[in-house]
Write a new protein. Structure first.
Length: 347
C-alpha cells in the first residue's frame, strides 16, 4: 500500500479511501469493531497505522455529544499519594477506548474551577476530582455537567454524583487511639500544607485525645508549608524543645514521620522506647526505615481503580448500585510504636 504524500491532517475519509470502504465503516471499525468483519477491521487498522491517522476528538464530540476523554483533577503531580491513585486510573483505562486528561489544581480552588471550566467545554465522557471540598462555583459546575462525576480520596454525606475513598477523621482517630493503647501519655500532632483532608485528620486526633482525657493544645504544631522530610525534622525538634514531656507524635503524612524519626536519632532519643511515631498513608519507606514506622495504610491505587470502574460503568449506561464507596484504612503497627504492649490491643 502506498502512503499518502500530502501535508495536513489525515482524515477519516482518507482512511476510508485507502481501505476501500465508506467513512461510516471506518468509524464503526474504530469505535465498535464488533459491528464490522474481522478482515475489514484488520485492513482499516493497517491503513490507520500507515497513514498515522488520529481521530479528531472535537469532531467525535459533535457527533456523540461527548469525547472519549475522562478528565481527572488532582492537587499535586509530585506527591506519591496521588501518583498511586493515577496508577490505578491508568491501569483501568489501558484496555479501553477512554483516555485520561490530567489537571493539576496545585491545592487551589480557583485553579480547580478553571480546570473544570476547560474540561467541561471539551465535552468529557466523565470527570474525576479529588476530595469533597470544592468551592461553590466548582460544585455547581460538577452538578450541571452532562456526564458522570466521581469524587475520590474521601467519603462524605453529600456526593455530587459518586464517591470513593475513606474517612480521614476516623483514620487519624484510630491512629491516635493506637498510640494511647501503646502506653504513650503526651501525644502530639504535626501537620503541614493543612488542606481540608489534613484538617480532618487533626480533628480525628483531637477527638481521640479528648476522649482519653489527654488533649493538650500545646502539643500541636501545624504549618501551611509543603510537607518535606526536612520540615518534619524541624517541626518535631521545635515541638520537643517547647514540650520536653512529649513522648509520641502523630504526623499527618509519612514525609513528616520520617523527618521526625531522623530528628530523634540525631538527638539520641530512642524510638520507640522513649518516643513513639506514627505516620499517615503508609508509603513504602515506612516499612523500609530503621526502625520501621507505624502508619495508616490507605488504599490509594484501589481508589483509582474503583473510581474509574464506577465512572466507566456510568458512562456506558450501567451505574453501580453503590454510589458512595468507603474503602476504609488500616493502622499498620511497626517498630516505631512497639514500646509497650497492652492486652487485647490489635496492631
Amino acid at each position: 500500500m502506498k502512503k499518502r504524500r500530502k501535508s495536513g491532517r489525515v482524515t477519516l475519509s482518507d482512511v476510508a479511501r485507502e481501505a476501500g470502504v465508506s467513512p461510516i465503516t471506518v468509524s464503526r471499525a474504530l469505535r465498535s469493531p464488533g459491528m464490522v468483519s474481522k478482515e475489514v477491521v484488520k485492513r482499516i487498522e493497517q491503513v490507520v497505522g500507515d497513514l498515522g491517522y488520529v481521530p479528531d476528538p472535537a469532531a467525535r464530540a459533535l457527533a456523540s455529544q461527548r469525547t472519549d476523554v475522562i478528565g481527572v483533577i488532582i492537587p499535586s503531580v509530585t506527591n506519591n499519594v496521588f501518583s498511586d491513585v493515577m496508577r490505578g486510573i491508568y491501569a483501568r483505562v489501558e484496555e479501553t477506548n477512554y483516555r485520561i486528561q490530567l489537571g493539576n489544581s496545585r491545592y487551589s480552588q480557583k485553579e480547580e474551577e478553571k480546570l473544570l471550566q476547560t474540561f467541561v467545554s471539551q465535552r468529557p465522557a466523565g470527570l474525576m476530582v479529588s476530595g469533597i471540598d470544592q468551592s461553590d462555583e466548582a460544585r455547581q459546575i460538577l452538578e450541571d455537567v452532562a456526564c458522570p462525576v466521581v469524587q475520590i480520596m474521601e467519603t462524605g454525606p453529600d456526593p455530587v454524583d459518586m464517591m470513593v475513598g475513606f474517612s480521614h477523621r476516623d483514620a487519624a482517630r484510630a491512629a491516635a487511639e493506637h498510640l494511647i493503647a501503646k502506653g504513650y501519655e503526651r501525644i502530639g500532632f504535626i501537620g503541614a500544607r493543612m488542606d481540608p483532608r489534613t484538617a480532618r485528620r487533626l480533628e480525628g486526633y483531637r477527638e481521640a485525645l479528648r476522649a482519653a482525657g489527654r488533649y493538650d493544645e500545646g502539643l500541636e504544631r501545624t504549618t501551611a508549608q509543603r510537607s518535606t522530610v526536612t520540615l518534619g525534622s524541624g517541626m518535631l525538634l521545635e515541638l520537643k524543645a517547647g514540650r520536653p514531656d512529649l513522648d509520641a507524635v502523630l504526623c499527618n503524612n509519612d514525609d513528616l514521620a520520617l523527618g521526625a524519626l531522623f530528628a530523634c536519632q540525631r538527638q539520641g532519643i530512642s524510638v520507640p522506647d522513649e518516643f513513639g511515631i506514627c505516620g499517615f498513608n503508609d508509603l513504602e519507606m515506612m516499612a523500609a526505615s530503621c526502625p520501621s514506622i507505624t502508619s495508616v495504610r490507605t488504599y490509594r491505587e484501589e481508589m483509582g481503580v474503583r473510581g474509574t470502574d464506577m465512572l466507566i460503568q456510568a458512562i456506558e449506561g450501567g451505574r453501580s448500585a453503590e454510589a458512595n464507596v468507603d474503602l476504609g484504612f488500616d493502622v499498620i503497627a511497626r517498630e516505631s510504636t512497639a514500646r509497650r504492649e497492652q492486652g487485647g490491643e490489635k496492631g
